[in-house]
Design a protein around this ligand. Structure first.
Ligand code: NAD
Ligand code: 13P
Length: 316
């Protein structure tokens, strides 16, 4: 009978985890082909070896997920067209800033009956309206696209807009939390910032999509992901360093130095969120988001994050 074929588009740290889990499942399910192709944005390692070759030789993503065997049935492929050929299930898992180019080059290349799922936390928040990554993939490629994200599996959640916006906006709250850590302001302040952050997340989601459900914020993709990202994530980590340096070293510079090729998404997101709020005349209602952007862009010092706490909070 027909066997499904899964390809993973993306091979950063989360992309590699996704490929490993998918490959474990395809091996154990007779309705799937064993092999899982993983598209790799090709690069040359310091050793001179191509990343793709190193992954296929060692069965590990030596750069983005070292020390973890992916499973012999994961095949790294630097050719995007080749990686998706014949696949009827596509897992998208790249930093959101690259999805535009990837989708454009995939137009006309994927099977018409393919189904997609996006694990991407981020989106383009444009003045004319937000563009969900899942919607973008769906429209560009003419296929269905679901979303899966959270601090762990959140597949019971149906509220696509709410889930994807939570995954996007938590990166902004993580930056605020990182500033608080970098300023050594303690856990009470950090908890307050996280609480205000969640509140602004909820109000911003509702502003864009009236359909977003309150319950979504209590799911894994909401409060749980905010907690994990504000304590263990990369946005938090780099924001802490930014604050410790008094804002004198840019996020780009710190990202390159501290993350070895991994990508931050919160700084881009908060810039777009700020533009949307400014355009709608709503910046005053979102002092945390506004302040995070003003700090990231160098208009305010990192310590301005506490001035936020002194402003009257608008949402109950
Ligand atoms: P990463 O930050 O670990 O790695 C960056 C990736 O981007 C690498 O694969 C690199 O090759 C690739 N890249 C660099 N330049 C590129 C370009 N011009 N075009 C295309 N690709 C390019 O990536 P990640 O953590 O796997 O993130 C993928 C998605 O997963 C993101 O949306 C992220 O929010 C989400 N996510 C990450 C985690 C996590 O803990 N890492 C957890 C949940 C969700
Ligand atoms: P960072 O991108 O800030 O590392 O967060 C990872 C994440 O999404 C945790 O759920």
């Amino acid at each position: 009978g027909f066997k499904s074929r899964v390809s993973v588009i993306g091979s950063g740290s989360w992309g590699s985890v996704a490929a490993k889990l998918v490959a474990f499942n395809t091996l154990n399910l007779s309705s799937f082909h064993d092999e899982v192709k993983m598209w790799v944005f090709e690069e040359t390692l310091q050793s001179g070896e191509k990343l793709t070759d190193a992954i296929n030789r060692t069965n590990e993503n030596v750069k983005y997920l070292p020390g973890i065997k992916l499973g012999k049935n994961v095949i790294a492929d630097p050719d995007l067209d080749n990686a998706v050929e014949d696949a009827n299930m596509l897992v998208f898992v790249t930093p959101h800033q690259f999805i535009d180019n990837i989708c454009k080059s995939l137009v006309g290349k994927v099977r018409s009956d393919a189904e997609a799922i996006s694990l991407i936390k981020g989106m383009e928040v444009k003045i004319e309206g937000p563009c969900l990554i899942s919607t973008y993939i769906s429209e560009q490629l003419g296929i269905n696209c679901s979303v899966l994200m959270g601090a762990n599996l959140a597949n019971e959640v149906q509220d696509v807009e709410g889930v994807e916006l939570c995954g996007t906006l938590k990166n902004v709250v993580a930056i605020a939390a990182g500033f608080v850590d970098g300023l050594d302001m303690g856990n009470n302040t950090k908890a307050a910032i996280i609480r205000f952050g969640l509140r602004e997340m909820r109000e911003f989601c509702k502003l864009l999509f009236s359909s977003v459900k309150d319950d979504t914020f209590f799911e894994s993709c909401g409060v749980a992901d905010v907690i994990t990202t504000c304590f263990g994530g990369r946005n938090r980590k780099v924001a802490e360093a930014f604050a410790r340096n008094g804002g004198k070293r840019s996020f780009d510079e710190l990202e390159a130095e501290m993350l070895q090729g991994q990508k931050l998404q919160g700084v881009t997101t908060v810039r777009e969120v700020y533009e949307v709020l400014r355009h709608r005349g709503l910046l005053e209602l979102f002092p945390l988001f506004a302040t995070v952007h003003e700090i990231c862009s160098g208009c305010l010092p990192p310590s301005a994050i506490v001035i936020y706490s002194e402003k009257k909070n608008i949402f109950p």
